[in-house]
Design a protein around this ligand. Structure first.
Ligand SMILES: [Zn+2]
Length: 382
């Protein structure tokens, strides 16, 4: 190539690129950029909603858990009360049986006594029995019938003893019956507490379910927005011919051919085809994603000339460096661009800052190596 002509090209190149940048791909990407901005705003809103709904859900879960453990305590108290009621009921039945037995013995004793008296006084069994049962106490009875024998005295003593026993058991029965009544009241109170705790628990549970549904819907939205911000394929394809048009056609390498890492960070996505974790679809990724904090330096991977520095739709703020011999590198999603088109840069020179412009959900550098405009695996050159 003749010298003056080459100089003219070098002189004209930035102008051509500038024109290309403002009219060519940049203009065609203005709609895309607007869409990206909208999507990112929506994503931020969705993430905030997700955070607040998640916070609500967590506090609801905590409340439901408190009510649940409260309910458990009430349940165990109710169980214990019911056990006590069963025991007391057994005791009541026992004392009732005792009372019945004592009453039977008293009846038998009185009948024996009546017969004995009838034999002694010959007045007839029935009348003595009536007198016996009508007597206010046995002392009175004994004084009315002075002619009582040893057996009758024994019978009377036994009767007195049985009646004492009867009174004692009856008192015991009263005490137990009161206890039973108290326990029954306790049972009713616990049953009411149980009912209201159950209601409260089911209210919290349904609130939790509602919030879980909300959260799932929001997460769905968030994921589809993130997916929308993950589509660079088409733009990457368009760039192939555009880069070829901008590149210096010289076969002479401007750099060493061995690249250094454009920034310190973690690789979050590799070059090539991968199965999308959510879409379960094969997706093509034209570069290497290196996640790094926003504002961290991005450096030129090798010596070269900046052939593009500006906005490019999904790539956001982007730099392309031509390294000669058909090679170029791309640095996308920058927060700031620090070199202008047409500038020569040296390997390791700071050219921009890490950001999230364009289709990026978090701060990272999307780094591409291209051979004649076609993306190749950057790891083969680093
Ligand atoms: Zn990427």
């Amino acid at each position: 190539m003749a010298r003056p002509f080459r100089q003219a090209i070098i002189f004209l190149l930035p102008i051509v690129i500038l024109a290309g940048a403002t009219t060519g791909w940049s203009a065609s990407n203005q709609d895309l950029e607007r869409k990206i901005d909208q999507t990112k705003r929506k994503l931020t809103q969705t993430r905030n909603r997700e955070k607040s709904v998640l916070g609500n859900l967590l506090s609801t879960q905590k409340k439901a858990e408190t009510v649940r453990s409260n309910l458990q305590q009430i349940n165990s108290k109710l169980d214990k009360t019911e056990e006590s009621i069963d025991k007391v009921r057994d005791q009541i039945n026992l004392t009732l049986n005792q009372l019945e037995a004592i009453r039977n013995r008293i009846r038998d004793r009185k009948s024996v006594l009546g017969k004995r008296l009838a034999t002694i006084y010959k007045y007839g069994y029935q009348s003595y029995l009536e007198v016996l049962f009508a007597a206010r106490d046995y002392g009175e009875f004994v004084s009315r019938f002075e002619m009582v024998g040893r057996y009758v005295r024994g019978d009377l003593a036994l009767l007195k003893e049985l009646q004492d026993q009867q009174e004692e058991v009856a008192r015991k029965k009263e005490v137990i019956a009161r206890q039973h009544e108290e326990l029954r009241q306790q049972q009713t109170a616990y049953a009411q507490l149980q009912k209201s705790a159950k209601n409260e628990h089911s209210r919290w549970l349904s609130k939790m379910q509602e919030q879980q549904r909300q959260l799932a819907a929001i997460q769905n939205d968030r994921r589809s927005l993130e997916r929308a911000l993950d589509e660079l394929e088409e733009l990457s394809k368009q760039m192939e011919s555009q880069i070829r048009g901008m590149q210096n056609n010289s076969k002479v390498a401007l750099g060493t051919g061995r690249y250094i890492w454009p920034t310190r960070g973690t690789i979050t996505s590799y070059f090539g085809y991968r199965i999308h974790p959510i879409l379960r679809k094969r997706k093509y990724h034209s570069g290497l994603d290196i996640a790094a904090p926003r504002g961290r330096s991005i450096v030129a991977a090798d010596n070269g000339v900046v052939i593009f520095s500006g906005r490019n739709g999904g790539y956001g703020k982007m730099i392309i460096i031509d390294h000669g011999a058909g090679y170029s590198t791309v640095y996308a999603h920058c927060d700031y661009l620090l070199v202008a088109q047409g500038r020569s840069v040296t390997k390791g020179q700071e050219i921009g800052k890490v950001g999230t412009t364009g289709l990026a959900t978090g701060p990272h550098v999307h780094f591409e190596v291209r051979k004649n405009g076609v993306p190749v695996n950057p790891l083969d050159y680093l």
